[in-house]
Design a binder for this molecule. Structure first.
Ligand code: ADP
Length: 266
């Protein structure tokens, strides 16, 4: 087992689920990624995954992100959490099948938010699990919120806060594109991959000041980029890679060269 600083790995919901089909896992991607993660023999490691077609449709149907307004949402809140637990179980089982001591941890049981932002993480069980050599597997979840009653907590926010609080050495984010582009590559074929971004460039990009290059980031990628500011400021190395391409996550975990976007403090 290779041991060094903590790595926090995020696997996007668009990688492990069929985003357009509700409650449909991408079984081949889950199996392959489990092999890559276990094969990297990396520890300490925390995995956070997104919801894709599992969490989002139910959360949207019941307006969970907007908070508690009506008793009718309550079943939807629990259904969102349950759908995420089902997806989480598939991922943890795939990792266990590869012999990796993965351990499922439900964010709603140890994280509470205030107006959608993490207020408190009760970290002791997670830290103890890491100390013993387990790989905790967390996910974007339906969580309780001091102001809103409940809300949706993204895997991206969990990743950023945990990595910062635990002084992680690096963050690896697996998505369904090669990294951060000048514009959404699914929309514009002229999009160019940005292989390296400094903290300053990241700040400019979020503030839409422009900076040396004009970059148009939207949707899920914008949410990720916003969350990455705190860890980047704390000197945590960040790498965004394509998790749908075989061996990219493996190479990233091993610290080998791989196509993607690096974000560095400088
Ligand atoms: P996940 O579900 O994997 O967490 P999202 O689908 O939420 O990821 O976000 C990633 C998506 O963001 C990409 O698939 C891409 O379509 C979109 N996107 C928007 N702008 C950009 C950009 N400038 N560079 C890369 N991807 C972008």
């Amino acid at each position: 087992m290779r041991s060094k600083g903590l790595t926090v790995l995020k696997i996007g919901g668009s990688v492990i689920t069929m985003k357009d089909k509700a409650l449909t896992p991408n079984n081949s991607a889950i199996k392959r990624l489990a092999k890559e993660i276990a094969g990297s023999r990396l520890s300490p490691l925390i995995i956070v995954h997104g919801g894709g077609g599992f969490g989002h449709p139910i959360a949207a149907k019941y307006g969970i992100a907007e908070g508690f307004k009506d008793e009718k949402q309550m079943v939807g809140f629990s259904k969102t959490h349950n759908a995420m637990m089902k997806l989480n179980m598939l991922i943890v089982e795939a990792l266990l099948d590869e012999g990796l001591p993965a351990f499922s941890m439900a964010p709603s049981s140890f994280i509470i938010t205030r107006s959608g932002r993490i207020q408190h993480i009760y970290r002791d069980p997670l830290e103890q699990a890491l100390k013993l050599g387990f790989t905790p597997v967390l996910y974007g979840d339906a969580v309780f919120d001091y102001d809103l009653g409940f809300t949706v907590l993204s895997g991206d926010q969990i990743l950023s806060r945990l990595a910062t609080e635990l002084n992680a050495e690096r963050i690896i984010i697996g998505v369904d594109v090669d990294g951060l582009y000048t514009i959404d590559p699914k929309i514009d074929p002229r999009a160019q991959l940005i292989t390296c971004l400094t903290l300053n460039e990241l700040v400019n990009l979020i503030d839409k000041i422009g900076g040396s290059r004009s970059v148009d980031v939207t949707g899920g990628m914008m949410g990720k980029i916003r969350e990455l500011m705190a860890p980047a400021m704390n000197g945590i190395n960040i790498l965004i890679v394509n998790a749908l391409k075989p061996n990219y996550i493996y190479k990233a975990l091993r610290g080998e060269d791989v196509v993607g976007t690096k974000i560095i403090r400088e």
